[in-house]
Design a protein around this ligand. Structure first.
Ligand code: CMC
Length: 434
């Protein structure tokens, strides 16, 4: 990947001047390339939480948090959500270009070819207690694919074999997510129908009852689900994508690597927020719907409560994905004729937070997770499935990030630290210690 422009910056340390290159990305983002900092100066940088650290160059996703811009491979998220389907966006992320008709059909057929999972995989469910969280099950199921496809453990396998692993993951993820849903209900699984498109197939495996031959996914729901998956498809170097790059950099197999990404996503500060948002809205409703009381709690530094679905490490403006989701939410609820009282609470909460100086000063806007749960619920998903749906959408992004890292032969990720512990001390045998 070429550097667009390069100039130098001078850093003065201990009275000496050192020159470091400045890298400027295609959208004008600037970085000081300190790759040689430790070798030349003996210093490292300290940046807890990587708030100022560019961990890689990347050509996949651009986002401007100040302006609320998100683009994949140069295409705006608004265009992609409006005009593309999820599998097209997956192709774009993975291969760099939108597919033409033939390329799309070929890709789509290849994915359809791999949708089944080994029957034995279902035994894993027997080992989970009833009511286990879907994300814990998803991590186990994805990781277990490495046992069924052991050739994926070889980091030096052919490009064709690598591409097959990617197709397998994309194809089996909806099957696994739907199985998790069915098993939680104690219902028999519905096998993939490869005459259906990616999203319809997923909805069919999830919501069709085995004995119900008439089930047809509602086109409104198929469209909303495509949008939601697209809106989650990639988000550059977030916590889970960085985890995927870090784990993948050790040349761990792709199944284990993606399972690690799913684990990182699970936390309530990341993808787990979508479940938390709905639980919070329910809580506010059950508490009488006094929105101001909960806004005040979120502002109170002695109270650990945060407004879930608000704030973002990078967006200091409206999350563009939240804008699209908000509109989709209204459309879906209208078209499905659903009147969800938590939507009213969500709107009041958003209004209160957007006018409150605490949120305004800190630039805390609704994020992607704020409205997605209301749509998932309208479609019929239980709250605990929400983060697994985020994972389903994020999968192509994780794979694209992993692929870019592997193709560029990036070194194993291994940050430094500043040690703040004990200085050397004498070992005292157990019996003599005070
Ligand atoms: N409610 C109340 N106060 C908040 C919130 C919130 N949701 N988010 C941030 N703040 C405050 C925080 O207390 C701090 O205040 P002060 O400067 O007075 O100490 C200030 O805003 C900055 O917050 P931060 O925690 O330093 O910011 P961060 O960049 O480390 O964290 C975040 C970003 C997303 C983890 C955080 O905003 C948050 O916890 N939000 C709620 C969880 C959530 O919705 N997560 C989903 C993120 S979007 C989906 C994804 O891609 O993961």
């Amino acid at each position: 990947m070429p550097d667009i422009k390069a100039q130098n910056c001078t850093i003065t340390l201990d009275g000496n001047n050192y020159e470091f290159p400045v890298i400027i990305g295609t959208e004008g983002e600037k970085a000081i390339d300190i790759s040689k900092l430790r070798d030349t100066t003996g210093y490292v940088t300290l940046d807890i939480g990587y708030k100022n650290t560019g961990a890689t160059k990347s050509a996949i996703t651009f986002l401007d948090g100040e302006l609320g811009i998100l683009r994949h491979r140069g295409y705006s998220i608004e265009d992609l959500a409006e005009k593309a389907n999820f599998l097209e966006v997956a192709y774009l992320l993975l291969r760099g270009e939108l597919p033409n008709k033939e390329q799309f059909e070929d890709f789509d057929n290849s994915v359809r070819h791999h949708t089944l999972v080994n029957e034995d995989l279902q035994n894993i469910f027997k080992t989970f207690p009833t009511g286990s969280h879907p994300m814990g099950q998803l991590i186990a199921m994805i990781s277990s694919l490495s046992a069924y496809y052991p050739k994926a453990l070889d980091p030096n396998r052919s490009a064709e074999a690598k591409s097959r692993t990617v197709l397998r993951l994309l194809a089996k993820m909806p099957t696994i997510c739907a199985m998790i849903y069915k098993k939680r209900l104690g219902h028999p699984v519905v096998y993939p129908s490869n005459n259906l498109d990616y999203v319809s197939n997923f909805l069919n495996m999830t919501f069709k009852h085995v004995s119900d031959s008439d089930y047809q996914p509602d086109p409104v729901v198929v469209d909303a689900m495509n949008k939601l998956l697209i809106l989650h498809a990639d988000h550059e170097q977030n916590c889970s994508a960085s985890t995927v790059r870090l784990v993948g950099s050790s040349q761990a197999n792709l199944y284990a690597t993606i399972a690690a990404g799913v684990a990182a996503l699970w936390g309530p500060l990341h993808g787990g927020a979508n479940q938390e948002v709905l639980e919070m809205l329910e809580l506010i409703k059950a508490d009488g719907g006094n929105v101001q009381k909960w806004v005040d709690k979120a502002k109170d530094k002695n109270d650990s409560f945060r407004l879930m679905g608000f704030g973002h490490r990078v967006y200091k403006n409206f999350d563009p994905r939240a804008k699209i989701i908000k509109k989709t939410c209204d459309d879906v609820l209208n078209k499905l004729g659903i009147n969800d009282p938590v939507l009213e609470i969500a709107k009041k909460l958003e209004e209160a937070a957007l006018t409150d100086s605490y949120f305004v000063e800190r630039k805390l806007y609704p994020n992607v997770d704020f409205y997605s749960g209301i749509i998932y619920r309208a479609i019929g998903f239980p709250t605990e499935m929400f983060t697994a749906l985020f994972a389903l959408g994020r999968l192509p992004g994780w794979i694209a990030q992993w692929q870019e890292m592997a193709e560029e032969k990036q070194p194993i990720g291994r940050p430094r630290q500043i040690y703040t512990g004990q200085m050397p001390r004498t070992f005292i045998p157990r019996g003599e210690r005070k």
